[in-house]
Design a protein around this ligand. Sequence first.
Ligand code: AMP
Ligand code: ZN
Length: 175
Amino acid sequence: MGLLNSMADPKCIIKEDDTVVVIKDKYPKAQHHFLVLPKINIPSIRHISQEHNNLLFHMDKIANDIVQKYKEYKFLIGYHAMPSMHRLHLHIISSDFNSPCLKTKHHWNSFNTPYFIPSKEIVQQLKESGKIQAIAPDKCKEYLLRPLRCHKCSERPETIRMLKQHLLAHVTQKE
Ligand code: AMP
Ligand code: ZN
């Protein structure tokens, strides 16, 4: 019930319209981390079909509107291939990944491998083929277990602690 509770809590909501709610991620993995959720009950990205075309397009637009407010940051906007939380949610996350809540290789790889599917790609797939290409569970596991790799340079830190230390060098660049 985690996301559903947050969707109903005015303290968590940063934007809302007839069809979607935008909330702050409770365990942000970067300086700015929000989730866009539809009001209708779609459990996850695996339950999307052609009829949701307009909704996903709208969620993408809302996400892109929000990032305009944080011009000094770059953002990633997309879905996890195998989400853990119920109710479809689109991640909006700043690319600094500077946060105490980013603690594990799983956290890192969930945003920095093909496990993270850009929203634009999802919208495109739905528009062109009427469905979303599922990523096999084995493939998802492989992405999450990949060796750590900085998303901004060639550094390959051995541990998440070393990666986090390394990322601080990029923070001032806000890219
Ligand atoms: P995922 O299902 O892997 O796409 O990610 C679920 C996201 O929901 C994570 O980024 C969590 O930090 C976040 N989260 C977990 N519980 C809550 C909650 N109660 N309210 C808001 N965000 C949450
Ligand atoms: Zn780097």
